[in-house]
Write a protein that binds this ligand. Structure first.
Ligand code: EGO
Length: 459
């Protein structure tokens, strides 16, 4: 009796709350397994919306995200709508652009994704403009509720009322602002296949290409700095000081206008544990772990949640009472690790990463990896181009602290590098004006600047 009951239970109902990136992917995963999938999204269907509110969100899709898409046969479809990025392009204050390749294949940039794919499964229903939580609205019966409803998750609110649920959220002092760089004569204003970065310590800007040949520039700076700039002329003055090469590309008038369209936007980091309640409810994506955007891993980590859950479903025969606790056990350390890494990148970059230090660090990483490919894998490479568990990547990276002389070698190399740079540069005034802050590493910061990982047995 038990058996036939569980077999007829095969068409269990899974309610996916949130029709964003992770919700839509999860719908595909559960649908592929034959569940009756109900997706609930409070916003209207973005495919039918005339104006899509909000900003043009850019996303960097890397190995973890691609692996998750591949599992449900969506990789090629999505990848064909993206722009490949093979390298970073570092912009110095003088306007010089220096490419630094990623050790490996590169990553992919995406603009918007929509949930169409999930609808191709007959056992999936998309419910837009419908609220699930609160009980006040309508009630639906589900065997499993999957909360993929973002950093301010309504599902997670229910967890907060329970005993022994740990939760923390941290707003960082920086805000971000998006500005558009239009095409020039119908072509990209800068080279498209790069992640463009203007590292200026506390002021950071990146630019990512879009399919319509525009770039979205994202300016990161402390809220108090945003508030200091109140007039169009002050905007230009600010850009003249830190990002002069972008003024003609964005355009003086556009800059003066667009800067005031929206205020600086907040960024929050969220951690919690456990991710489940009994055999009934589980959190994934930003609902479980919103991260700051300084590692380009938010979407990738959320997508990887889906594969990890899938692997555990396979292992425990879809027995939710075993799958959910195991998912928490396995996934929390990794999600917490990427939340920490993203925060750490933020702290490190704003403290002392200017263009020269950025270039130097990445060249050292690439160099050491080239001569000892099995032993030294840069942390960024492990995080972005492998599926080494996030917490393992951190462990391997800490390894280098045991190799005491590494930091000294690192600093010596930097001294040589700087001396070499000075000798080769004929225009000294240019070099002196290049960076607002000295690129020399501070002793007390040195333990955070060596971003290469050591491993005993390779990836
Ligand atoms: C020394 C040099 C220490 C997001 C460089 C640390 C992040 C950090 C926001 C980049 C790439 C995708 C990103 C690198 C570092 C996206 C990313 C990186 C930014 C900002 C970003 C890299 C969207 C940190 N990846 N990354 O190695 O190229 O290095 F600059 Cl502000």
């Amino acid at each position: 009796m038990e058996e036939s009951a569980s077999r007829s239970d095969k068409k269990k109902v899974v309610a996916v709350v949130g029709g964003g990136l992770v919700g839509a992917l999860n719908a595909c995963y559960f649908a592929k397994r034959g569940f009756d999938v109900q997706v609930f999204e409070t916003r209207e269907d973005i495919r039918k919306a005339k104006i899509v509110k909000g900003r043009s969100i850019n996303l960097a899709l890397s190995h973890r995200g691609r692996s998750a898409l591949k599992h449900v046969g969506m990789e090629d479809k999505i990848v064909s709508k993206g722009i490949p990025m093979h390298a970073r392009m570092i912009h110095s204050l003088s306007g010089k652009q220096s490419p630094i390749p990623y050790g490996k294949k590169g990553q992919l940039l995406l603009q918007r994704l929509n949930p169409t794919e999930a609808e191709t499964y007959p056992n999936t229903t998309l419910n837009f403009g419908r609220k699930l939580s609160d009980g006040s609205e309508e009630e639906i019966q589900a065997d499993l509720i999957v909360g993929c409803d973002g950093a301010f998750s309504a599902i997670r609110k229910q967890f907060l009322r329970r005993s022994r649920f740990n939760f923390s959220q941290t707003y960082i002092p920086h805000g971000y602002m998006e500005l558009t760089m239009p095409p020039i004569n119908g072509e990209f204003a800068m080279k498209p296949n790069y992640l463009h970065i203007w590292p200026r310590n506390t002021f950071m800007m990146i630019a990512l290409p879009n399919l319509d040949k525009t770039f979205t520039c994202t300016l990161f700076m402390p809220f108090e700095e945003f508030e200091k700039i109140t007039t169009g002329d002050e905007v230009i003055e600010f850009f003249q000081k830190y990002f002069p090469d972008t003024i003609p590309l964005i355009g003086v008038d556009a800059l003066k206008r667009d800067y005031f369209r929206l205020p600086g936007q907040a960024m929050v980091s969220v951690k919690c544990t456990p991710y489940h309640i009994g055999d009934k409810c589980v959190l994934m994506g930003d609902a479980a772990h919103a991260v700051v955007p300084f590692y380009g891993q938010g979407m990738n980590a959320g997508f990887e949640d889906c594969i990890v859950f899938e692997e555990i479903m396979e292992q425990f025969n879809e027995d939710f009472s075993a799958v959910l606790p195991e998912y928490t056990r396995v996934r929390v350390p990794d999600d917490h690790a990427i939340a920490d890494l993203a925060m750490y990148n933020y702290i490190e970059m704003r403290a002392h990463v200017n263009s020269r230090w950025f270039l130097f660090r990445k060249h050292v990483d690439n160099f050491l990896h080239a001569i000892m490919p099995k032993t030294i894998i840069p942390l960024y490479t492990m995080v972005t181009f492998s599926r080494i568990r996030y917490h393992e990547a951190v462990k391997r990276w800490h390894w280098q602290d045991k190799v005491r002389c590494f930091k000294k070698i690192c600093h010596l190399l930097f001294i040589f590098h700087s001396l070499a740079a000075r000798r080769n540069v004929s225009d000294f005034s240019n070099l002196a004006a290049d960076e607002p802050v000295s690129p020399w590493p501070h002793a007390e910061l040195s333990d955070v600047t060596c971003a290469a990982g050591f491993s005993t047995n390779g990836p």
